[in-house]
Design a binder for this molecule. Sequence first.
Ligand code: BYC
Length: 317
Amino acid sequence: MAADSAAAERAFDARIAAGETIEPKDWMPERYRKQLIRMMSQHAHSEIVGMLPEGNWITRAPTLQRKVGLLAKVQDEAGHGLYIYCGTETLGVDRTELVDQLLSGKAKYASIFNYPTLSWADIGTIGWFVDGAAIVNQTMLAKASYGPYARAMVRICKEENFHKRQGFEIIATLAAGTPEQRRMAQDAVNRWWWPSLMMFGPNDKDSPNSAELTKWGVKRKGNDELRQRFVNLTVAHAKAIDLVLPDPDLRYNAETGNWDFGTIDWAEFDRVIHGEGPLNRERLAARNKAHDEGAWVRAAASAYAAKHAPESASRAA
Ligand code: BYC
């Protein structure tokens, strides 16, 4: 039996090395399955919790057009969450279990969503920085070895690209506006820059999961390389609209071709991912409230399914 599983694992490693995509019914090591469930469910939770900071501004968007755009974006994030939960379920885990892990505070979700959205400029900055960072990360994940996750990323990246443009347009408009609007834009940039860099996770040397995920072709690039790519891209955007990224150590390194940047406050990151960020408690309370208030919808959907399932089964037969 042990010899069988060693052979299966060798065959699996060979498939990964050959760049093949792993599909739900294929044999996979238990650790691979567990790692994917961890990472994909955290990703799905991030999309769902990520609706809250932006949802906070739907009723206060400055124009009807801005409101429509923001509503559509927040709905897209819900869609991403549901899509990735479906992808995670292909690994044989039940969504209820995953949602319970989020609601009880056991599961992690992206640290960035524990920060408050204090002004309309924050909505622009989230699109520009947070969706921008997500695209850098998820373009890499679109080549992940697990088929359902990679395919979800392709579709999601298309929508994130639109979100990023929308956010950048909001912030560029404010940056070209009155002195007060410019101040508002710069203040949002100051508050969101460092937490956005933290989105990429700890430095590679402190990242316990990276080695395994890289070995199995889930991660194709390290946290540091992706973070650097995001910095390189974003410096040019900030220059274009004459806003300043809040880092006195940011300078171009002609030898590496990268923009060197200052030290990230990893103590703050640790606090936020362990439940002690500015709004961790509020975010979980909001998700729990929404879940409780949605109980009747789940009950109605189950009742409907129970009533109609035999019918649809006989139609299919
Ligand atoms: N926040 O070993 P590491 C969006 C945790 S949402 C919280 O490097 P890994 C959007 C990590 O989980 C897009 N926790 O981990 C939505 C691990 O803890 P556990 C969100 C973090 O997995 C709405 C520990 O730290 N994107 O676009 O190799 C509106 C050690 O880290 C974070 C994704 O979820 C963090 N930032 O790499 C707008 C992408 N970083 O689980 C926009 C998918 C690390 O061992 N995920 N941790 O207890 C990934 O690419 C990877 O999981 C990460 C971390 C790069 C995030």
